[in-house]
Write a protein that binds this ligand. Structure first.
Ligand SMILES: O=C1O[C@H](COP(=O)(O)O)[C@@H](O)[C@H](O)[C@H]1O
Length: 268
């Protein structure tokens, strides 16, 4: 059973005894949002990340979700992508295809991956153009307080340095306000060239989930959730603050181990 609570302005924290329990609740959460969105809008626009997240989504490929989710209504995007060929081992698209998309009945034309045959800058421009077309036809909603796309769900992982998508600590692109998708060529984590959603897009989503496991991320989780300025100033995960949407953290015990203990009585 998860220990769950709303924590200051940092969203809902769900803490699990095991990664297996986390995976089950994460699958339920995604399935519920998919059902709600299909009921309300007729489609479900979801943005994935790479890394450990994809393995944690594995239960979606199994019963009952593989049969009960309305996969034909899913439109899939990436919150970030490495600028490598789609069949490259570092590709977030390949990771998601091998781990999830090839195992469920997604409509191939609903999978919006990046153009892997151009520069990082051109790939970011192309991807933003693609998303603008989808907003125009309302396959992706639009925020009522900015012109940003309002994804039904953005799923994010977090690195041990607190990065989310390809937004790294102290990087200039954290200040990007105008573009929806931008690029970097100096990622501190290889590969260096990446494209990424900007913070205004992430914070315009209806739902954002931050999925984090492992003790090596406990310090960054604490900085992103508990710390007060200036300690947490450069932690991108702390800048995830959906304006009108809902933020949920999915944490295993090791990742949550440095959070303020008094708030989590079951924590060992
Ligand atoms: O490079 C990336 O890292 C983050 C975190 O990955 P994880 O393996 O530590 O969970 C990931 O969310 C992002 O999409 C990816 O490009």
């Amino acid at each position: 059973m998860a220990h769950s609570e709303v924590h200051n302005n940092r969203g809902e924290l769900r803490i699990y005894e095991s990664v297996d329990e986390l995976g089950t609740d994460l699958a339920d959460y995604v399935a519920e949002l998919s059902e709600l969105s299909v009921k309300e809008r007729g489609v479900f626009a979801i943005a994935l990340s790479g890394g450990s997240l994809i393995g944690l989504l594995g239960k979606l490929c199994k019963a009952p979700y593989n049969r009960t989710i309305d996969w034909a209504k899913w439109y899939i995007f990436w919150a970030d992508e490495r600028v490598v060929a789609k069949n490259h081992v570092d590709s977030n698209y390949k990771l998601a295809k091998d781990g999830l998309l090839s195992k469920v009945p997604i409509v191939p034309s609903h999978v919006h991956s990046i153009n892997d045959s151009v520069s990082a800058e051109a790939a970011a421009d192309d991807y933003e153009f693609d998303i603008r077309q989808m907003v125009r036809t309302r396959l992706i909603s639009v925020s009522d307080i900015s012109d940003c796309p309002k994804f039904d769900l953005i799923l994010l992982g977090m690195g041990s340095d607190g990065h989310i998508a390809s937004l790294f600590p102290n990087h200039l692109v954290l200040d990007e306000k105008d573009q929806w998708v931008t690029y970097i060529t100096d990622s501190p984590k290889p590969p260096p060239e990446r494209i990424t959603f900007t913070l205004p897009v992430i914070n315009s989503a209806s739902n954002v989930a931050l999925v984090v496991t492992g003790g090596n991320k406990a310090e960054a989780v604490c900085l992103a959730v508990d710390a007060v300025e200036p300690d947490c100033q450069s932690i991108p995960a702390r800048m995830v603050q959906p304006t009108k949407g809902k933020l949920v953290w999915f944490l295993d015990r090791p990742a949550a181990s440095k959070l303020n203990n008094s708030q989590f009585p079951n924590q060992g």
